[in-house]
Design a protein around this ligand. Structure first.
Ligand code: ME8
Length: 507
């Protein structure tokens, strides 16, 4: 097998208060990773935490602990949240991991030695009590956005990365690789709003705080933000270490999945760094929209969130996953509210899916004690159902290859809706009244069960817990991708029906 797929999420700022918006990138990445595994790829799925910087240093100070103690304590919060969402990452990188810090130092040295990093002076607006630099636009009424006090201009010795040198190559690359930035609208924004007006060299070190990776040849400097953060995508694979087997195998990344506010760093700074390092560029950066609540981005500072684990406990992990995957259209923003989560769960998971599975299995028990085989007595409605089922892997693949996750899910639900309609068309309860129609009735139930089975093969990528429950009720192990086409000769010894999603009342 030679098909590899390397997918990454951003590394998260460690937090004790993740909200549902944070789960969004990771749920999508997980669905893509699971889908790729299902369809036969050798997948490497990376996530992790971005642990350095002034903010962490300040917070640790407030808490009276060292920055390392501070991050060690809250990093488990991310791991715990991902585990409650069923996230199947292959590696969790922490930017405080030794191998990462050492690789960052080597990368910084290399760029310095070849002249892509040079020493200069950084001028910025500084708040002394908060020990933080701010840009003009971050200020609130001209004052520090954190404490409201005066800021003043200071000059600081810093190292700079020669981003400007890569401007022409970047434009050329982005224009000749229209697939690189998705959705395409973001590509035009990057070229026209950011690159063409002129790229400035990038400040890549700081001396005003110490919580970072020290610059080996000038240790009063620590590496600042992007060379530390972005390089995680290669250091996680062992780049610039003694063992770079994973790097050889999986780089370049097939997909960096990121929120739209960090597309800029991933499509300008990151490619320029890779060009400087003479490393191939990733295939694709997809910038997704945000989950919005009450018209504003869900965020820690506005406090308009609940811990996602509360929703998982109340409505089930797959209700939360399904919502994130289904509600937000390709690349756009989507609205989150508990009410819309409930409505989605009721409409799609409880009604369309749950009810279908329950009705079908219940009837199979009622009329045939749960043993169903194909009696091959056709009805006029079979062909359109079976055609839809047999086309499903193709249409889902088409949507998934364009990262249209919500549309891919909708195609699966199209089959489920068709099944529900097929029940109305074939009216099994009427067939059941006629002894002569027993074989037709069993054929109808067979067609339904086989269709549900095929749809569930694909559902494994999106709502894996539910798919597993369906396979358990169907009592079959035929759940691999190759089996996702309508088979004529299966025999089902069904288990008892169990409710997959109970309807939720809006309080
Ligand atoms: O940006 N809706 O980390 P982060 C959708 N450390 N996505 C959201 C969201 C919302 N309401 N809120 C956050 C960082 N996210 C850097 C990245 S990568 C080398 C360094 C997403 O913890 C956000 O868009 O602020 C991003 O993709 C991810 O959560 C991590 O954000």
């Amino acid at each position: 097998m030679n098909k590899k797929y390397y997918i990454t999420t951003p590394i998260y700022y460690p937090s004790a208060n993740f909200h549902i918006g944070h789960c969004y990138t990771t749920i999508i990445a997980d669905a893509i990773a699971r889908y790729k595994r299902l369809t036969g790829f050798d997948v490497f799925f990376l996530t992790g935490t971005d642990e350095h910087g002034q903010k962490i240093e300040n917070k640790a100070k407030d808490a009276g602990v060292t920055p390392q103690e501070y991050v060690d304590e809250i990093v488990d919060n991310a791991k715990n949240l991902w585990s409650s969402l069923g996230i199947t990452y292959d590696k969790f990188i922490r930017t405080t991991d030794d191998y990462h810090e050492q690789a960052v130092q080597k990368i910084f040295e290399k760029l310095y030695n070849q002249g892509d990093i040079y020493k200069g002076k950084y001028t910025g607006l500084y708040c002394t009590p908060c020990e933080s630099f701010w840009t003009e636009t971050q200020l609130v009424d001209g004052k520090c956005p954190d404490c409201g006090r005066e800021v003043h201009e200071v000059e600081e010795e810093s190292y700079f990365f020669k981003l400007s040198k890569y401007q022409d190559r970047l434009v050329e690359y982005l224009e000749s690789h229209p697939e690189f930035i998705q959705p395409e609208s973001r590509k035009n924004e990057m070229i026209n709003n950011f690159i063409k007006p002129g790229l400035e060299d990038l400040c890549v070190s700081r001396t005003t705080f110490t919580w970072g990776v020290p610059v080996t040849f000038d240790p009063k400097h620590v590496v600042y933000v992007w060379i530390d953060a972005l390089t995680n995508y290669i250091t996680a694979l062992g780049y610039a270490s003694d063992n770079d087997e994973l790097y050889q195998k999986y780089w370049p990344a097939n997909l960096h999945l990121v929120g739209k506010e960090i597309v800029r760093f991933h499509t300008i700074i990151w490619p320029a760094l890779l060009m400087a390092l003479d490393i191939p560029l990733p295939d694709k950066v997809f910038g997704h929209g945000w989950l919005i609540i009450d018209g504003g981005k869900i965020s820690k500072s506005t406090g308009n969130y609940k811990d996602p684990r509360e929703y998982i406990e109340e409505y089930g992990v797959d209700a939360v996953r399904y919502f994130a995957l289904r509600e937000v259209p390709f690349g756009n923003d989507g609205n989150f509210s508990e009410e819309s989560l409930i409505n989605r769960t009721n409409a799609d998971l409880a009604n369309t899916l749950g009810n279908l599975v329950n009705r079908t299995i219940s009837m199979s028990h009622k009329y045939f004690e749960g043993r169903i085989e194909n009696k091959k007595v056709a009805t006029e409605f079979d062909e359109s159902l079976i055609n839809l089922v047999n086309n499903l892997t193709n249409v889902v693949e088409e949507k998934m290859s364009n990262l249209r996750i919500a549309d891919a899910l909708d195609e699966i639900f199209e089959v489920l809706r068709r099944c529900n309609k097929y029940i109305d068309e074939t009216t099994p309860w009427i067939l059941a009244k006629d002894e002569n129609e027993k074989d037709k009735l069993q054929t109808v139930l067979y067609n339904l069960i086989e269709s549900i089975r095929c749809a569930s093969v694909l559902l494994q990528a999106f709502i894996p817990t539910t798919a597993e429950k369906i396979f358990a009720q169907l009592n079959t192990e035929l759940n691999n991708y190759e089996s996702a086409s309508f088979k004529e000769n299966n025999v089902f010894e069904l288990n008892k029906p169990e409710i997959l999603f109970a309807r939720i009342d809006i309080k």
